[in-house]
Design a protein around this ligand. Sequence first.
Ligand SMILES: [Fe+2]
Ligand SMILES: [Fe+2]
Length: 193
Amino acid sequence: MLGLKLATDPRWVTIVESNIEEILTDHAWCEQKAASNAIYIIINNSEKEELVTEMTRIALEEMEHFQMVHNIIKEKGLTLGRERKDNYVNDLVKFAKKDGSRNDALVERLLFAAMIEARSCERFRVLSQNIKDPELAKFYHDLMVSEAGHYTTFLKFARQYTEKTDVDKRWQEWIDFESSIIGNYGKSETVHG
Ligand SMILES: [Fe+2]
Ligand SMILES: [Fe+2]
């Protein structure tokens, strides 16, 4: 699915179900960080009209997702906790190339975003297929569809704007790295945990 090499063990959902407040809190902040990432791309690439247009749309969609998660938290009488640490994303940040031109940085940032969208989408699919709460199952199904669209958009722009980076080759390196670390996760009640 979405080029990922390894699937999440569905038993992870049992861990999630033991602490719904925790997954919802972590999830809300994932959406906020996705919106912030789109805004970051806008700030650093203001002259690229099509990119700015699409990143604006994605930032708004991600904040809409944040609002949806926050509404569920309120409906369930739970509390949105503070932002949680995301070790998975921190591993990806360490892998990302920090040197190179402004264009290299854009392409790398788009692939980093595509990677997170791909795994988040896969996690939402596993949740939608296994979680017992029917409202949450429907919610995660709808989000899975939306995040798959974001994944496609980020990869498309990486291919469209690249100057020197061989996007297919670099994307394969991202996929390979992700498959080397994902085995450490799937053990806690966070979106990428
Ligand atoms: Fe989202
Ligand atoms: Fe997204």
